[in-house]
Design a protein around this ligand. Structure first.
Ligand SMILES: C[S@@+](CC[C@H](N)C(=O)[O-])C[C@H]1O[C@@H](n2cnc3c(N)ncnc32)[C@H](O)[C@@H]1O
Length: 425
């Protein structure tokens, strides 16, 4: 029987390559000490899936017959352990993969012998296996969606020539960033040199789980932290967070503007529950409303001094954290861009005189950011760009500040974001 860690990895790979779905959110539960192994193995399989499959194909008697997903998953897992996880013994890497191959749901039973033979042979010289896999072209691991996201990230900075460098950088799992909510930061967290208020984990320090569970701090990506460090000193008494769950940015808004009335919208019931839980654990007050933000905004007569529209998006800027992203179907982009535009138009119309609207997406694709910004400038000329971020976080600002947040993906550590700020006179 394979260990729970390997079963989780096999399930996740089936979800991604069979269903084109995201990695299920199961990693912290039930795996205990094996969570580390599961995370490392899944990351390797996702980040090097193309090369792992290209290594297998020529070993087959008749490659033209295709390889069932169960076989591809079990072989990828076995090969990744042999090539890149030296702490895993030959016995564990081979035998557990063979057991997986024999599992009716996760493997492909007729290929049990094939999986056994290929992995046993590979295990005889693990260094040679690693060298052979590493020698295969890295582009095999980069389907068209990833290529497009990388180009979109670099083009605004005239840096397309650095595509390989960016891809290599995105293959390393990201280092988490934290924010203090109350009290003092635990040992092991040190201030980020370039971003006030941001905390980083020192090398070798344990992950500060008890501190997070006590709601004294939170994980928040550096880009989100920089985005919410907007410079704005006008009075803010009514705030709308239009797409709020799980509530990271709602938390920051509540702490930045204490005393303001905060309304948080979220459409999905389970995510509404998560949002309420976040706020309750952190002792923060907000009116949480389960609603489609577009419908709600189009029918309310309320206005706000500050609106954050952290819109649902493709998430292309998060592919470092989500190595499955390149392999997903990406067929809902037209729906997403349509929804983003509708949300933006409706939010713009609920901005009070003197108010600030921030639109943000964790995506590099121009149709999810830049295009909306250009559209808004034409459609709502009464709203003016508000330069609320340091120019270094923008692409093409010539002053000290920028109204278009689009950090250079190689000179800034954090998720890929596009955000713009406008104000109403
Ligand atoms: C990018 S996430 C927001 C992340 C959040 N601001 C944070 O920092 O924790 C977008 C959220 O919008 C929600 N959403 C999607 N469509 C929506 C809609 N039509 N109305 C309201 N919320 C929506 C999603 O369920 C998701 O929770």
């Amino acid at each position: 029987m394979p260990t729970p860690a390997r079963l989780h990895v096999a399930h996740a790979l089936h979800e991604v390559f069979g269903e084109k779905g995201r990695v299920p959110d199961i990693w912290d539960r039930d795996l205990g000490e094996d969570a580390h192994l599961a995370q490392a193995l899944l990351g390797l399989c996702l980040r090097r899936w193309g090369r792992l499959q290209a290594w297998v194909t020529p070993q087959l008697k008749d490659p033209s017959r295709g390889v069932p997903l169960g076989t591809r998953v079990t072989l990828a897992m076995g090969l990744a352990q042999l090539a890149w996880l030296p702490g895993v013994s030959n016995h564990a890497a081979v035998n557990e993969s063979v057991d997986l191959a024999a599992d009716r749901d996760l493997g492909f039973v007729p290929h049990k012998g094939l999986v056994n033979a290929l992995l046993r042979r590979a295990a005889k010289d693990r260094a040679a296996l690693a060298a052979a896999l590493d020698a295969l072209p890295a582009t095999l691991d980069r389907p068209a969606a990833a290529e497009r996201a990388l180009r979109a990230a670099l083009a605004p900075h005239q840096a397309e020539a650095e595509l390989e460098t960016l891809w290599t950088r995105l293959q390393r799992p990201p280092r988490p960033a934290f924010r203090l909510l109350v009290g003092e930061a635990p040992e092991g967290l040190t201030p980020d040199a370039d971003l006030p208020g941001c905390l980083r984990l020192a090398d070798e320090a344990p992950f500060p789980r008890p501190w997070l569970e006590a709601a004294q701090g939170m994980v928040q990506d550096r880009s989100s932290q920089a985005l919410l460090a907007y410079a704005w000193d006008r009075p803010v008494t009514r705030i709308l967070d239009a797409c709020a769950a799980p509530g990271g940015k709602t938390t920051t808004l509540a702490l930045r503007h204490p005393g303001a009335a905060l309304t948080a919208l979220e459409v999905h019931p389970r995510r509404v529950a998560r949002l309420r839980q976040t706020l309750q654990q952190r002792g923060l007050e907000a009116q949480v409303i389960q609603a489609d933000a577009a419908e709600w905004l189009e029918t309310t007569d309320a206005t706000f001094d500050l609106i954050l529209l952290d819109a649902p998006c493709s998430g292309s800027g998060t592919l470092q954290k989500h190595p499955e992203w390149p392999w997903l179907a990406h067929d809902d982009l037209p729906r997403l861009t349509g929804l983003q535009r509708r949300l933006l138009a409706a939010a713009a119309d609920r901005l009070a005189p003197g108010g600030l609207l921030i639109f943000a997406v964790c995506s590099w694709l121009p149709e999810e950011g830049e295009a909306h910004r250009e559209w808004l400038a034409e459609a709502r000329p009464e709203l003016r760009p508000a330069a609320v971020w340091p120019a270094a976080l923008g692409a093409d600002s010539d002053g000290a500040t920028t109204a278009f947040f689009r950090p250079h993906p190689l000179r800034w550590e954090g998720e890929g974001f596009q955000a713009f700020a406008v104000r109403r006179h």
